[in-house]
Design a binder for this molecule. Sequence first.
Ligand SMILES: Nc1nc2c(c(=O)[nH]1)N[C@H]1C(S)=C(S)[C@@H](COP(=O)(O)O)O[C@H]1N2
Ligand SMILES: [Mo]
Length: 341
Amino acid sequence: MTVPQKDRLPPRQLLAAKGKWPVVGERLPSDIPDPWTISVSGDVQRPSQWTLAELQGLPSFEQTIDIHCVTRWSKLDVCFTGVLLQTLLAQAEPDAQARYISFRSASQRNHSTSLPLTEAIELKAMVVWEVDGEALSIPHGGPIRMVVPGKYFYKSVKWIREIELIYEDRLGFWESNAGYHNQADPWKQQRFAAADVSRAQMRRLLETRNFSGQSMLGLFASQLDLAKLQAQNAILRDGDFSESDLREADFRGANLSNSRFVRADLRGASLVQADIEGADFSGADLRGTDFTGASLLGCSFQSSSDGPSKMDAETRLEIAQTKVLADTEREFVERCLRSNS
Ligand SMILES: Nc1nc2c(c(=O)[nH]1)N[C@H]1C(S)=C(S)[C@@H](COP(=O)(O)O)O[C@H]1N2
Ligand SMILES: [Mo]
């Protein structure tokens, strides 16, 4: 069965440029021992460990899946080869009380994530060493990583070292440090945990128009007068600034990933060195907006429902920055930049 591509893209996801697979997060493991080993421990009858060669001697499993990164790029039909998590668990024999599974990387920050045990099995989570017939590269998690189909890709840790069965959930790195949603279902857009700003806080912020250095996930700030807003280095991921007046707003160094600026007025605003991965600028007025040094991975500047954004000769955005955009977005932005120069 072939599903038309658009029905395979969860809400607000964009196809990565053809043949491109962005590296996200850490790029290197803390060490690469020879042989690489992986263990299953915790609430199990038989704590077990395998070397990479031993893993490769188990019944292998191949599965073609769609990758959906929380920063809004998706990559369809990626074929992974490895071994099903279920195969390892069958050997380690989880105790009846084990309800969650914690995955830990061999990485500098001991990167981790977790899943309910039943879900990990139902989703056919696997330990993989091969992608599209090639050995998994180090930046993508080689020699072995987890792949969990049906979740945002942050549930798939790279350089998997330890799998632990536990009774109570233990939030992973992104989930506990960056507000990433613990369920991570791309079809439900479970990107970040809910907004954490009280009404009183919000009112005060709007009066002073000073968000600098603040951290507020999922802020709802649509259709507001926020001209000259001060938001240097603020953490405002997953915010909604649709249709707001943000003329000359100062977002230098801010984290605005996945935020919506649909039909917002950003004339003369500064997004210098801001993290705007996955942000949506469709229909926005970007005349004189400064994007110098901002990362545009997963950004959109036009959509069928919200229309194209508007740029002029004063819009500061380098052609080199457009390389990470999805094809149609890159073509659109390059056309704007060319017609203005
Ligand atoms: N060890 C480790 N695993 C990780 C991360 C990380 O920073 N460190 N980032 C996660 C995120 S957010 C994503 S989208 C994917 C990215 O995998 P890729 O770099 O192969 O695309 O890895 C996930 N696993
Ligand atoms: Mo991600």
